[in-house]
Ligand binder design. Structure first.
Ligand code: DAH
Length: 342
């Protein structure tokens, strides 16, 4: 009996399973109902009374140790589960499973492309805050106090302080740039803008714009026209034509709206261009002297042009996206279509 106890204790201590299955086998063989431990207990019943005390203590010790060892081994097998599983059969030299990689968001792609075109013309990037004050968004840009764009219906104001608001256009960055830089100034200003609009396939309360500003001596409307023609040919293709329609913005004089020839029908007329052959893509104009003066630039010496366009709109026209909401839904079936665009 004594030898049996010692021999089993030794086996318990030395046992080292490689898999969970081996450990389970050990549990059944030793700790199970018909296992070796219970066998010893059975034999113990017929041991001579004078031996009972000593042997009983040893059996208890064995029982506790066997249970303890089982618990230790169980933890070890569970944590090393994967490794042991591979050792017992899987081929570690097999190539790993490919992880799907993300792609750039079409808005980022288009923003980078547009900024890149202007950077090649010598423009630099300028950014500004999304939470702005009235002066940078409206007053410095020559908006009269009663202008409807200042209205609650368009602008998100910060509660309790009507002077603080979410910028409604990136033109606020041209103000900040003129305040801090001396001409010649050539900047493009990408950013997120906010307007209190109902969300639909063509409007959202959050969208992206890129503003452009060029200030120097003798800058003319013809310079603007040629720079913008260069831009659309780079972005939409070399055959793209432009047309400028007279328009009004408080911060430019004269002001224009620029259209490009429809890149889908080549100008013949289709659903997208509403059978006009033209697509509106940006506002532009010569910076109003009032704006130059408000920002500390001598309007007798310097002149310049500015332009502003919607990134979503450019992206929709370039990639034929019909619903602006797609850009905000993060549906990877949509986003994956831009995987191949670098
Ligand atoms: N800020 C105008 C808008 O949000 C866009 C714009 C038009 C910007 C004409 C300009 C500009 O710089 O000259 O609708």
């Amino acid at each position: 009996m004594r030898e049996k106890i010692d021999e089993l204790l030794k086996r318990v201590e030395e046992f080292s399973p490689r898999t969970a299955a081996e450990l389970e086998e050990f549990r059944i063989r030793i700790l199970g109902r018909k296992g070796e431990l219970n066998g010893i207990m059975e034999e113990f019943k017929s041991v001579a009374p004078e031996m009972k005390r000593e042997l009983g203590q040893s059996i208890n010790k064995l029982k506790n140790r066997a249970q303890e060892r089982f618990n230790e081994l169980k933890n070890a097998v569970e944590t090393a589960g994967d490794i042991t599983a591979e050792r017992s059969g899987n081929d570690l030299t097999r190539p790993g499973t490919a992880q799907p990689i993300g792609s750039r968001h079409p808005i980022s792609l288009v923003r980078r492309e547009i900024c890149g075109i202007f950077e090649r013309l010598g423009y630099t990037i300028a950014e500004g805050p999304e939470v702005e004050d009235d002066w940078h968004v409206f007053s410095a840009l020559n908006f009269p106090p009663e202008h409807p764009a200042r209205d609650m219906q368009d602008t998100f104001f910060i509660e309790k302080n009507p002077d603080i608001l979410l910028r409604t256009h990136t033109s606020s960055i041209q103000v900040r740039t003129m305040q801090t830089q001396k001409p010649p100034i050539r900047v493009v200003c990408p950013g997120r803008v906010f307007r209190n609009e109902a969300i639909s396939y063509r409007a959202h309360c959050i969208f992206h714009q890129i503003e452009g500003l060029y200030i120097d001596e003798h800058v003319s409307f013809a310079d603007m026209k040629q720079s913008l023609l260069y831009f659309v040919r780079e972005f939409f293709g070399p055959d793209t034509k432009i047309r400028l329609r007279p328009s009004y913005f408080p911060f430019t004089e004269p002001s224009a709206e620029m259209d490009i020839s429809c890149n889908l029908c080549g100008g013949k007329g289709c659903n997208v261009c509403k059978h006009t052959g033209w697509l509106e893509i940006m506002g532009c104009g010569m910076v109003d002297p009032n704006v130059l003066e408000a920002c500390g630039i001598d309007s007798n010496k310097y002149s310049g042009f500015a332009f502003g366009m919607g990134v979503e709109r450019c992206s929709m026209l370039k990639y034929g996206v019909k619903d602006l909401r797609m850009y905000f839904e993060n549906d990877i079936r949509f986003l994956h279509q831009f995987d191949t665009v670098i």
